[in-house]
Design a protein around this ligand. Sequence first.
Ligand SMILES: [Zn+2]
Length: 193
Amino acid sequence: MKCLMCENYSLTHICKPCQRNFLTPTQLYKRTLENGTDVYSFYRYSEIKELLHTKHTDLGYYIYKILAQNSLKIFAKEFHFTNKVVSLGVDEHIGANYSHTAILNKALKSNTITPLHAKLLAKNRVNYSGKTKTYRKQHPRDFVVGDFAQEDVIVVDDIVTTGTTLLEATKKLSSANKNVLFCLALCDVSKKN
Ligand SMILES: [Zn+2]
């Protein structure tokens, strides 16, 4: 097949040189939500914008896996904590054939982190794309937290825009007596540089 980025022949959807050149995070970006929860992200939106668009197609399954391997998987390897931690993907709802947040969540598996699937599902699956912060606040996702024993939690999503979704998810987890350590996202739209 051809590499999606450089169009050279490649065995993977994005060739190894392109993964090295364009998808190796150079820094961790940080944003703090209104409730004090930190969100760490790996890429600038402009760097992976086109790749993120593949989530609506079958190709997205492979692309999200590649993005997760270059960012979240490496982060998880280097992350250590006193307790065992679980990671939850935001709304791991199966769209066409797969859940893109479940792919990201799965990459966090380590000695410290256990990814749990479909434990943070939205009752309201409204499309926030292009909507204002006010609209988003007026139409909450209404998350339901599934049962699990561990207290320490990492929340994972692909993209942070206004932060409304993560704010709502982390508030819900707190009220379920969970301790949200931080959130992880592939990219944060507010990070321009
Ligand atoms: Zn390439």
